[in-house]
Every structure is written in structure tokens, then in C-alpha cells.
Ligand binder design. Structure first.
Ligand code: 4NP
Length: 156
């Protein structure tokens, strides 16, 4: 079992897109039983709220539902539980390190560091550009999954 936790600031835009895009990808590969995938926030702003409607619309256009998702905050135990903590930007990484135990820090990655063009996923809550956010997150998820398929064969 490979446990993956996507993290962003609010857990209503980028990290839920990551969670549900990756769930869709592993299902299409027929390897969904090897994964536990979730997402959470570094801030408390949106706790308990559903996915922001513009992020939800993007997912829906790709045939992906995220109806049940509610924002939750990252907690220290998540650092022990999950194998991969995938941050959307460098600020997230700084904030995640404040919450998880120091021993969990080696599990923290920036999603787009798995891609050929490493970068932050800009926050569409502020840019209003949900097209670019979706495209980048989808690319990051595909590259992350390729990495897992190549490097974690024994767990699939
Ligand atoms: P996210 O976007 O981190 O991609 O979920 C945000 C959503 C809400 C807020 C910040 C970022 N907020 O401050 O309420």
C-alpha cells in the first residue's frame, strides 16, 4: 500500500484536484487497490468546506467527482502515516515542516519536482486561472505516478 497525501494552503482548490486526479489515474491503470490517497490544508481557513466550485467544475469536466470531500487540516500524525506528502508550492513545504515531526520531513515533496519542469503550482484562489492549475496538477500527478510505477513496483 502506498499512502499519498496532497497538501495545499486551503484544501479547497489545488490539493483536492491532486487527490481526485490521482485517484482517477490509478483507477484507469487498475492499481487503485495499492493506494490510499487523501488531501489536507496547512491553514484552518476552509476546514469543513467542500471543494471550491471552480475546482469542482474543472474536475467534473474531466468526468471526476469530488462531491464528498471536505477540507481538513494537516496534523502531526499524518507525517507518520503517509509515505508521500505532496506539496503544491514551496510555502506549503515550509508550513508542513512546522506541523509534522522532523523525522517525517524526508517524505515531503513538491508535486512538480516529479515533472520535467519543476515549479510551484500557482494558487488559483488568487490567480483565478483554474485551467493552468488543473493542467499543471494533472501533469504533476502523471509524472508522480510514473515515478511510483518505476520505483515502487514491489508495492503495486
Ligand atoms: P488552495 O487555495 O490552497 O489551492 O486550496 C486557497 C483556498 C482558500 C484560501 C487560500 C488558498 N483561503 O485563504 O481561504
Amino acid at each position: 500500500m502506498i499512502k499519498v497525501l496532497f497538501v495545499c494552503l486551503g484544501n479547497i482548490c489545488r490539493s483536492p484536484m491532486g487527490e481526485f486526479i490521482l485517484k482517477d489515474l490509478v483507477k484507469k491503470e487498475g492499481i487503485e487497490n495499492s493506494f490510499e490517497i487523501a488531501s489536507c490544508a496547512t491553514s484552518s481557513e476552509e476546514i469543513g468546506n467542500p471543494v471550491y466550485y471552480l475546482a469542482k467544475d474543472k474536475l467534473r469536466k474531466h468526468g471526476i467527482s469530488c462531491e464528498e470531500k471536505r477540507a481538513r487540516k494537516l496534523k502531526q500524525e499524518d507525517g507518520f502515516y503517509y509515505d508521500y506528502i505532496l506539496a503544491m508550492d514551496s510555502w506549503n513545504i515550509r508550513d508542513i515542516k512546522r506541523i509534522v515531526n522532523q523525522n517525517s520531513e524526508e517524505k515531503i515533496y513538491r508535486l512538480m519536482d516529479f515533472a520535467s519542469n519543476p515549479k510551484d503550482i500557482e494558487d488559483p484562489w488568487y490567480t483565478r486561472d483554474f485551467d493552468t492549475a488543473y493542467k499543471d496538477i494533472e501533469e504533476g500527478c502523471k509524472c508522480f505516478l510514473e515515478y511510483i510505477i518505476n520505483n515502487e513496483k514491489n508495492k503495486l
